[in-house]
Write a protein that binds this ligand. Structure first.
Ligand code: NAD
Length: 367
């Protein structure tokens, strides 16, 4: 089967890590007899430099025609801020927000996975984290308080009465589609969903609960419960192993997914996927463009390589291919190879390209 994949290497370490992920794609193609048409397009600072805009129309058009999109990262050095005087207010990160919107990607999947080989990297105690951790956070991405109406009313006479508002809006349709995505994912995992909200104070959360009860009827194999966000934030550090799939709103998901990723202790390891109504998805590492280490062949490519595994699982429904990539990553770690960000004494230090090659070798040799 031939799949069309658009790659958007982007900025900083993006091109280096995407190159390794593309090698993995080809290795999987050879092993499982799939063809890939790979089309490279621009986004972020490189696009601003070359085309004057962070997301050229051609990139959007090509992504819309693709079966999946693989992104490296966008953004320049945050200490320089080259784009503060851009005439249209464009900046590299706007390209990312825009492509998610253009592709109508309303759900963001951020797994917090701790490989047993890296368990010492977690800031949590061994008895809490156990041997490994695998929590999937499903965050609503295109609605909620970040996209609601905003206002600022200035009181010239009494500045202390100046106020600002941010509307928190969710329609039943928006809630239903993200819940459906999350419940479906649970059926491919351990059939357990926790819907995180603040239903003791927010009307929108009460609506989330009503819609959850309706959606759950279609997923009889899935057990679900509700949890307030303040408790969820606490439970993630007290007993993270209780979670399988967490489904939540845009803002709560933003915060909880960062918290969950940090308890795994390794930013270079975590993939992500953004999905919509169709199988077209955008896959990218959870970290940024790391301009401080760009071009040095020391970035960890594993988050991007695991994003390719998610692409196989969620856009192509090819579980064996996804599992082959994950097994190869596990084997390389078990064999003691580490990039600088996950290195500790006694292990074998390797660079970006060598890590990619080692993973490819293990795909060929079945782990
Ligand atoms: P960052 O994630 O790029 O880097 C944070 C720290 O983690 C740095 O020390 C970096 O060297 C390290 N790091 C990140 N990825 C790594 C990897 N694969 N291997 C080894 N080390 C890694 O976050 P930042 O420094 O806050 O932001 C840098 C730029 O990235 C900014 O322009 C920011 O806007 C952008 N950014 C982009 C995305 C995205 O594209 N999705 C996400 C976050 C930040």
């Amino acid at each position: 089967m031939t799949k069309r994949i658009v790659i958007l290497p982007g900025d900083g370490i993006g091109p280096e890590i995407v190159m390794q992920a593309v090698m993995v794609l080809h290795e999987i193609g050879d092993k499982f007899n799939h063809g890939f048409i790979i089309d490279e397009q621009m986004i972020g600072e490189v696009a601003l430099d070359a085309e004057g805009c962070s997301l050229p129309d051609k990139t959007i058009a090509k992504c819309k025609q693709a079966d999946a999109v693989l992104l490296g990262a966008v953004g320049g050095d945050p200490n320089i801020n080259r784009w503060k005087n851009h005439p249209t207010g464009d900046r590299p990160e706007k390209g990312l927000l825009k492509i998610r919107k253009e592709l109508n990607l309303f759900s963001n999947l951020r797994p917090a996975i701790l490989y047993s080989e890296l368990k010492d990297a977690s800031p949590l105690k061994a008895e809490i984290i156990g041997n490994n951790l695998d929590v999937m956070i499903v965050r609503e991405l295109t609605s909620g308080i970040y996209f609601g109406k905003k206002s600022r009313v200035t009181d010239a006479e009494n500045d202390e009465e100046t106020y600002a508002t941010d509307e928190l809006f969710y329609s039943k349709k928006e809630i239903r589609r993200i819940l459906k995505t999350g419940f479906e994912i649970a059926t491919k995992r351990n059939n357990n969903v926790v819907v995180v909200d603040k239903a003791n104070v927010l009307e929108s959360s009460k609506l989330w609960r009503e819609v959850t009860a309706e959606v759950a009827n279609d997923f009889p194999s899935v057990t679900y419960s509700h949890m307030y966000v303040d408790n969820a934030a606490m439970q993630l550090v007290v007993n993270p192993k209780q979670f399988d799939v967490i489904i939540t709103t845009n803002m709560f998901g933003d915060i909880l997914s960062d918290e969950a990723s940090m308890i795994t202790g390794s930013i270079g390891m975590l993939p992500s996927a953004s999905l919509g109504e169709t199988t077209l998805g955008l896959y990218e590492p959870s970290h940024g463009s790391a301009p401080d280490i760009a071009g040095e062949d020391i970035a960890n490519p594993i988050a991007t390589i695991l994003s390719v595994a998610m692409m196989f699982r969620y856009s192509f429904s090819m579980e064996a291919e996804a599992a082959a990539i994950e097994a190869a990553v596990g084997k390389v770690l078990a064999d003691g190879y580490r990039t600088k960000d996950i290195y500790t004494d006694g292990f074998k230090l390797v660079g970006t390209s060598q890590m990619g090659e080692l993973i490819c070798e293990r795909i060929v040799n079945n782990g």
